[in-house]
Design a protein. Structure first.
Length: 477
């Protein structure tokens, strides 16, 4: 298929947000340039701090890429709507027994391995994919007013792409049935549940609007989007990241979805070339295949919003039981792997974010919401050995396709290995819990030079404004 290219020569160099102290890796930059060459870019590809490449992914992390005519799944993760969220608690600082009680409850509610415990019926999965966070709010007692703190209010409209009826009609029932498993969990690796204290506030007005204050206890957590997002992400092409547990399911689901529903031989051949050949070819937005892909992507995003809202409800309840108070309120829930239709340079474009979060300025947020006053809230985690930051979109966020990096973990590791960072002079420590029933380890904190280097770049370019600095006390990872 011929792909139209709009002013490709004007956008052949990415827009890089780095600094002399933290330059973007030239080898990874070259990989991004090759990956975006001859692509229908709506603007230069964006490179943010914490830019690096993972072997199991087609493109580097910490990027945003906007295209005019095509959807290109490899410009984001194979599982959309992995994200981070922050809860502001209203309790006193807990003692160690209370902290241990909290993490015992978390491990019991969100065990790993998670097993095959069914949380939702097939019908409920369909409802979650259609309604998003609102489904989980109704089910688990989350206030509707809190949904404004979730990106997109926790729901992407399906009607533009054919609606919930088409989604139910076309996606195989097996896809929905499997997505009832392991709903609202967290899991290990780079996912975590971190107990923090607000150590410093930089913007009193924004902090008050967002509901945080100095000395307050917070919970920051990083969780995926759930089973359905992984299924749909592997349905549209052959991704490098292809977990073993999904291969058997895909052997049934992909033919059912793409081939059994083909109405004629031409459609059958076209889908074979798109989704069963090598790689993951682009799909034109203005075709029925493009609408199918955007419908499936939107359903996956909605399921992910419902998934993480369920996690929020569970963590809030466990905090109330372990620490007292009312369990707190959601400050922000921010996906960092997404595909949205947005306006770029005055035209509609498909914006792909890979390990980068959206940072809409106040004027782009829904009127009457907190973010329409402050700008969209942005989380910049360090590691469980450094501070993290709560920020809001800055005045020049449009220069980065309204995007910010979703963390600085790679930078912190680089700074430690190179000797640029050393142990924190005040000898702060984090209680580090694992999923086995063992005593937590105590890990010493590093200084904040690594995470500060990332924040300085974002602030220096006007992409975000810092609101508060959060220091970890305990973590499950």
């Amino acid at each position: 298929m011929q792909i139209d290219v709009l002013s490709a020569e004007a956008f052949d160099q990415p827009r890089v947000f780095d600094s002399p102290e933290l330059p973007a890796d030239s080898y990874v930059l070259d990989r991004l340039r090759r990956g975006t060459a001859e692509v229908d870019l709506a603007a230069p590809a964006v490179v943010l701090p914490d830019f690096h490449h993972k072997r199991k992914l087609e493109m580097p992390s910490s990027i945003a890429v906007a295209t005019t005519h095509t959807i290109r799944p490899t410009f984001t993760s194979a599982s959309v709507n992995c994200g981070m969220a922050l809860i502001a608690l209203d309790c006193e600082k807990p003692n160690r027994p209370a902290i241990e009680d909290f993490y015992r409850r978390v491990r019991e509610r969100f065990p790993f391995p998670a097993g095959n415990r069914r949380e939702l019926t097939t019908r409920e999965v369909v409802e979650a994919a259609a309604r998003g966070a609102e489904f989980a709010a109704d089910r688990y007692g989350v206030g509707v007013d809190e949904l404004e703190r979730i990106e997109q209010d926790g729901r992407v409209d399906l009607e533009r792409w054919g609606g919930a009826a088409r989604m139910r009609r076309e996606l195989p029932r097996l896809t929905f049935a499997l997505a009832g498993l392991r709903f609202g969990t967290v899991g290990p690796s780079n996912h975590f549940v971190e107990l923090q204290v607000v150590e410093e506030v930089f913007d009193d007005d924004a902090a008050a609007a967002l509901g945080v204050r100095e000395g307050q206890l917070t919970i920051q957590y990083h969780a995926g989007g759930g089973v359905l997002t992984g299924e749909i992400g592997r349905m549209f092409g052959r991704r490098i990241d292809y977990p073993r547990h999904l291969r058997a399911a895909m052997a049934v689901q992909k033919p059912l979805y793409h081939l059994a529903s083909a109405r004629n031989l031409a459609t059958l051949r076209h889908r074979l070339s798109l989704y069963f050949a090598e790689g993951c070819p682009p799909v034109r937005l203005d075709t029925d295949e493009g609408r199918r892909l955007m419908l499936a992507n939107s359903a996956a995003m909605n399921y992910g919003f419902a998934f993480r809202t369920t996690t929020y409800a569970g963590l809030r309840q466990m905090a109330r039981e372990a620490f007292g108070g009312n369990g707190g309120r959601l400050v922000v829930d921010s996906p960092h792997n997404s595909v949205y239709l947005e306006e770029v340079a005055g035209q509609s474009a498909v914006v792909h974010r890979h390990n980068s979060c959206r940072a809409y300025s106040a004027d782009l947020m829904r009127p009457g919401t907190t973010f329409s006053e402050t700008g969209q809230a942005v989380l910049l985690p360090g590691t469980n050995r450094t501070s993290s930051y709560l920020a809001v979109a800055g005045p020049h966020a449009g220069r980065s396709l309204h995007s910010a990096c979703h963390g600085a973990g790679t930078i912190v590791s680089q700074f430690e290995k190179s000797g640029l960072s050393t142990l924190h002079p005040e000898r702060h420590r984090t209680l580090k819990f694992g999923y086995r029933d063992a005593a937590p380890a105590e890990v010493e904190h590093l200084d904040d030079l690594g995470v500060n280097a990332a924040l300085d770049i974002l602030v220096g370019h006007g992409l975000v404004r810092p609101v508060a600095r959060l220091r970890p006390m305990a973590v499950l990872t």
